[in-house]
Design a protein around this ligand. Structure first.
Ligand code: ADP
Length: 514
């Protein structure tokens, strides 16, 4: 008897070792049933668990030739759902049914409920092929195995729930539109999601293990790296959240304005384990704010200048105490006309820009002769371009294009007016185009001051000007090229610039041929 108890203890020990070593439910249940059969000197056994739909399903079996689930059906129906109502009624008759269909000689059976917190979760059976009945002691032993099986089920269920929960949290983090960053206590990156990968240009794999100050180095508006001068995370210790704002420079050099909220995660002993950062891209918001401020200052300046000129010349002309010769009157009227044109262009540009931003820019397409359109634009600027030579340079037999004539005219006006404005010393301005297989390429070139390479990518942004608006020498609000780009792209083409400082600038754009 003592020997028996020792063996039982050994079996249970090996099972609990296995349980701590693996969390895989099927293999644990298999181990439990095998050991239970051995321990009870039986020949076969099975464990069935109660599914969500109220049916029992065999999850582990031992000693049967084939594991066809239907085989066990008689033992798995009408099982008392409360262990107080056990044992299973008519067990012996059921056993005979199984024995007959399984074609094995099953003579004895013992079955016990698996219960977790008083709830039936399954059943364990052990069978013998000889006549020796299971004793009270056998039942007791089996009940220890049943307890182990129930614990294994609970552990595996908890583990499964945990894994599911983790998958859910991972999916939420991964698909969050905001950037998410998980740091260890040393501020090294453990995880970051796709949105943050886009903001920073780092892939999550590259970023893993990197110090946070490398990947999300924050710069203040003056361009100073605030992670180097004083890590914002040093400032927070207990409990509170921390919000910082700044610019992140992407790996490709682009700047993104972000607002980051860091929340610390402490373990039950109060030790910092993780810092969770939620990174919100506020570039658009920041740009909109800057644009609004710029808009007001630039517009008021730009509107005031022509209005002051027009008013000045008009009041001079209408002075009753003065006589003006014809030449002075004509020159004054030319200025009034030019300034009115400028005002008109400015207002048109503003209206167009607001239409683009509202997404309501609609093209009105018709057949357009681009060389004729360009010639008209050149004519219009002749007076202003007194110091320049204006040249038209189109390939012969330039085909008509399906385009919005007025808007295309606007593109030429803007590019020509820039070419004149930004080559104050004069020089040749060429307007022309070449025909390719499926598109035409048009250009406006000048020999003016040109544009530094690092400024070229931003030229087409609204309100962007190479000269700062404070120290500027030429008039303009930085909308012309933004409009050109929107119009060209609205036609299915694209626009770019080729230029070097002091070497003039060539603006080129394409338009598709039908
Ligand atoms: P604006 O001329 O009203 O400032 P644009 O959008 O037309 O606005 O042009 C944006 C900026 O691009 C200008 O401020 C100028 O700095 C630069 N730029 C445009 N065209 C030329 C050019 N032909 N040569 C040199 N710089 C140019």
């Amino acid at each position: 008897m003592e020997n028996y108890l020792l063996r039982q203890r050994d079996y249970l020990l090996s099972i609990s070792r296995a349980m701590t070593a693996r969390l895989d439910l099927p293999s644990l249940l298999q181990l439990i049933i095998e050991k239970a059969v051995e321990m009870l000197r039986g020949e076969a056994g099975l464990i069935a668990l109660l599914g969500r739909n109220g049916d029992f399903r065999v999850r582990a079996s031992y000693g049967f030739p084939a594991r066809t689930p239907q085989l066990f059906a008689p033992l798995l129906t009408d099982i008392p759902l409360h262990h107080a109502h056990w044992p299973v009624p008519d067990l012996y008759a059921r056993l005979q049914l199984v024995a007959a269909s399984a074609a094995i000689n099953l003579r004895q059976v013992v079955g016990l409920p698996l219960t977790l917190e008083d709830k039936l979760i399954g059943v364990i059976y052990v069978f013998r092929t000889r006549d020796t009945a299971f004793s009270a002691n056998d039942r007791q032993v089996l009940s220890s195995f049943a307890d182990q099986a129930a614990i294994a089920v609970r552990n595996a269920t908890l583990y499964q729930q945990l894994a599911e929960e983790k998958r859910r949290v991972d999916a939420i983090i991964e698909n969050s539109a905001d950037g998410v960053l998980i740091l260890d206590a040393e501020c090294r990156i453990q995880t970051m999601n796709r949105a943050l990968a886009e903001i920073t240009g780092w892939t999550p794999e590259q970023a893993r293990g990197q110090p946070c100050r490398r990947v999300v180095a924050l710069r203040n508006p003056q361009g100073m790296n605030i992670c180097e001068t004083g890590c914002p995370l040093d400032a927070f210790s207990k409990g509170s959240k921390l919000q910082v704002e700044g610019d992140i420079i992407r790996t490709d050099g682009h700047r993104t304005s972000v607002s980051i909220t860091y929340s610390p995660l402490f373990d039950h002993e109060g030790t910092l384990v993780n810092i969770i950062g939620s990174v919100h891209d506020v570039t658009r918001f920041r740009e909109a704010e800057e644009m609004k401020a710029m808009f007001i200052s630039v517009i008021s300046h730009e509107l005031k200048t022509p209005v002051a000129l027009i008013k000045g010349y008009a009041s001079t002309l209408r002075r009753e105490d003065a006589q003006w010769d014809e030449e002075t009157v004509r020159e004054s009227l030319v200025i009034i006309e030019e300034e009115s044109d400028r005002l008109d262009r400015l207002i048109n540009n503003l209206l167009e820009a607001s239409r683009i931003q509202a997404g309501t820019l609609k093209m009105e397409l018709s057949d357009v002769s681009v060389p004729r359109l360009a010639a008209k634009a050149v004519e219009r600027f002749r007076v202003q371009a007194a110091k320049h030579q204006l040249r038209l340079d189109f390939s012969p037999e330039f085909p008509p294009l399906l385009a919005d004539e007025e808007r295309l005219q606007e593109v030429f006006y803007n590019l020509l007016s820039n070419a004149i404005k930004y080559s104050p010393e004069g020089g040749t301005i060429r307007v022309g185009g070449r025909v390719h297989r499926d598109h035409v390429e048009l250009f406006v070139s000048d020999e003016g001051r040109g544009i530094p390479l690092d400024k070229q990518s931003r030229l087409f942004e609204p309100f962007y000007r190479v000269e700062s608006s404070l120290g500027r020498r030429t008039q303009g609000i930085g909308l012309g090229l933004f409009l050109c780009k929107a119009i060209v792209e609205g036609h299915g083409g694209h626009i770019w610039v080729e230029s070097a400082p002091g070497k003039g600038a060539t603006f080129r754009f394409t338009l598709p041929l039908r």
